[in-house]
Ligand binder design. Structure first.
Ligand SMILES: *Cc1c(COP(=O)(O)O)cnc(C)c1O
Length: 482
């Protein structure tokens, strides 16, 4: 299986499915959008879906399910303990990852809670290619600290480096030398590195990391939430893997890991999660916490219907023409924006298209949250909802000091198999217009700032009255158009 080629050279992101159920969308007028974003405290998390046209907030729990998945939900075997549905899921997980032990959980961060409580102690260090918001919180809350050892290229916003999620092996070795292997709770590799733009790591790099871990007796934990995208990039960008199937690559990755966990809100296109391991000892340690937080070991907080759909979804993820759907649409969007001069993260990654807010809004200081301001402005001019991934997504340290993020990104997620090409073109059109009018956009300040994961519930206000000016310019250019 390979990529589909086109006679006229243009790379068309081709849907390998057809639409059989549709949902009406609302595109409300700009005056209503101004009211809505004001009511939401300029935090796109607090918008109501009825005011949103294209919801590009996240890919979590909003990927389209297949007809086969929906059909499977009708034959679920409902039982608290020992359901046939769980056995089917367990067998599929064992087959795909080649690991014997599976713990179901209600979502990805639930797995992180268990890993954090079992392995992280005060003073523990957890190295990782890059952190994820919920992961870091679960490590810090148990007294540990996170050390990022991504290759330097990972933090270059524009690059043609194909594997920006790779681990820097020298940084890893230096870190082991500095802390000693016994201080390291585990090493975590995040597939499709979320916060730096959905960037993958290569299989070769993972093999090197695994070698160092095994030599030093360090557990390798793979966060496989965004595995689907990473699999696509390994197959299409890594010469040695061109002729391997998606299933073979998955198996190679799990052979290099001790524990794999995932959010099934992304992997498998349902809502749930799980932890997989080959070690009975590790399994038993983690299982102790399951009834406390998730439920009995044959459902872990998932409904039997979700488990049936996950069994099908995991199998469907082994199809190249399924895992390619996110990346090819994202690549199209990134290429179109680059043509218009809009600063975006390159090369195109998985998960979504990431606007570089630091370059987009050069005049907005980081302390006024350029990525948050861009999220607010883009919603205002388009009804497209994105997510801030920058300083707002960080949290203050124990002394109340606000760390400035390495990158200020506005993530426009591309839920898998959800949007059409015309909708992507609409988003590109409005982003292009906003870029031409970028000098009108100003910063934001917190008016309510929660201590933990402040980006979820925090409320902000614009610095000055830039939003009114932006609305006036929009009306001057587009007239009565929505
Ligand atoms: C979404 C995500 C998580 C957390 O999963 P939830 O199901 O949202 O709790 C963990 N790691 C990565 C890489 C993710 O993208």
């Amino acid at each position: 299986m390979s990529e589909i080629k086109f006679h006229y050279g243009e790379r068309i992101p081709l849907e390998m499915h057809k639409v059989r159920i549709v949902q009406r969308l609302n595109l409300v007028p700009i005056d209503r959008r101004l009211q809505a974003i004001t009511e939401a405290g300029n935090n796109t998390f607090l918008l109501k879906n009825r005011d949103v046209f294209l919801d590009m907030l996240t890919d979590s729990g909003v990927n389209a399910m297949s007809d086969q998945q929906l059909a499977s939900m009708m034959v679920a075997d409902d039982s608290y303990a020992g359901s046939e549905t769980f056995s089917k899921l367990e067998t599929k997980v064992q087959e795909i990852f080649g690991m014997k032990y599976f713990l179901p959980a209600h979502q990805g961060r639930a797995c992180e809670n268990i890993l954090g409580q079992v392995f992280v102690k005060p003073g523990s260090v957890v190295p990782m290619n890059y952190h994820f918001t919920t992961t870091k919180s679960h490590i810090v809350i148990n007294g540990g600290s996170v050390e990022e050892i991504v290759v330097d290229e990972g933090l270059n916003v524009t690059s043609d480096f194909p594997f920006k999620g790779n681990t820097d092996i020298n940084k890893l070795k230096a870190l082991i030398k500095k802390h000693g292997a016994e201080k390291i709770a585990f090493l975590r590799l995040e597939a499709g590195t979320n916060l730096i733009g959905g960037q993958p790591f290569s299989l070769a790099n993972m093999a090197e990391v695994s070698k160092v871990c095994r030599k030093n007796g360090i557990l390798l934990v793979l966060d496989a939430s965004l595995l689907a995208d990473n699999l696509y990039f390994i197959k299409t960008r890594e010469e040695k893997c061109k002729n391997m199937t998606i299933r073979e690559i998955t198996r190679k990755m799990s052979d290099l890991s001790d524990i794999i966990y995932f959010s099934a809100r992304k992997l498998g296109c349902v809502r749930g999660g799980g932890i997989v391991t080959h070690s009975e000892e590790l399994f038993l340690k983690m299982r102790e916490l399951l009834p406390l937080y998730e439920g009995f070991a044959t459902y872990g907080g998932m409904s039997v219907r979700e488990m049936e759909a996950l069994t099908v979804g995991l199998e469907e993820t082994m199809d190249f023409y399924m895992v390619n759907q996110g990346p090819i649409f994202i690549e199209y969007m990134v290429d179109e924006l680059v043509k218009k001069g809009v600063p975006v993260v390159t090369p195109a990654g998985g998960l979504g298209c990431h606007l570089d807010a630091m370059a987009f809004l050069k005049h907005v200081p980081q302390t006024q949250y350029p990525a948050g301001a861009l999220a607010s402005a883009l919603y205002l001019v388009s009804g497209v909802r994105g997510m801030e991934r920058g300083t707002m997504s960080e949290q203050r340290d124990a002394n109340g000091i606000e760390p400035l993020s390495n990158m200020e990104l506005l993530r426009l997620a591309m839920p898998r198999r959800v949007f059409t090409l015309s909708q992507v073109k609409y988003a590109v059109d409005r982003i292009g217009w906003l870029y031409e009018n970028r000098e009108l956009v100003g910063g934001l300040n917190f008016v309510e700032e929660p201590k933990i994961l402040r980006f979820f519930f925090g409320r902000l206000a614009p610095v000055g009255n830039w939003q009114k000016k932006l609305v006036a310019k929009f009306k001057a250019d587009f007239g009565e158009s929505l």
